[in-house]
Design a protein. Structure first.
Length: 143
């Protein structure tokens, strides 16, 4: 395990996959953990805020427009998703998560184009975002 991030990144997609399959199988509650929609909503919020926060942290070492835009975008995404968590229906919240993860991936694409993140990291982000977005859409369609 030369690089730990790919393993952790893929592992982070497991709760999205698990919750989607629970919902597909009409398993709406889990012992101890509770309502699957709530579990997925809270986890989605945590991961989206974490991903936005990683961009906020990157701005500390970057210059140019990135030093201003990354912390603003990351804060806006986090606050809007938090409000969405409080106010939106489950399906609309999942839609907001999809949009947020795609925006975060688009930011990573721009960072990659400027060689500010590695090709390996960006490739991992693309694959995991595809998995997560697919699971969110699947979850929203069966809920």
């Amino acid at each position: 395990m030369k690089k730990l991030y790919p393993y952790l990144t893929y592992a982070g997609s497991i709760p999205f996959i698990f919750c989607a399959f629970c919902l597909v199988l009409d398993r709406t509650t889990l012992p101890i953990l509770g309502d699957v929609q709530h579990i997925l909503s809270v986890y989605g919020l945590a991961i989206a805020a974490f991903m936005a926060g990683s961009h906020w942290g990157q701005h500390l070492t970057l210059k140019d427009g990135w030093s201003l835009s990354l912390p603003i975008v990351s804060n806006v995404i986090t606050i809007l998703l938090w409000l969405g968590f409080l106010l939106l229906s489950f399906q609309l919240l999942l839609g907001a998560f999809v949009i947020a993860f795609l925006i975060l991936l688009a930011l990573d694409h721009k960072l990659h184009q400027q060689s500010l993140i590695s090709t390996d990291y960006f490739r991992t982000r693309c694959f995991v975002t595809l998995i997560v977005v697919t699971m969110l859409i699947l979850s929203g369609s069966v809920a």
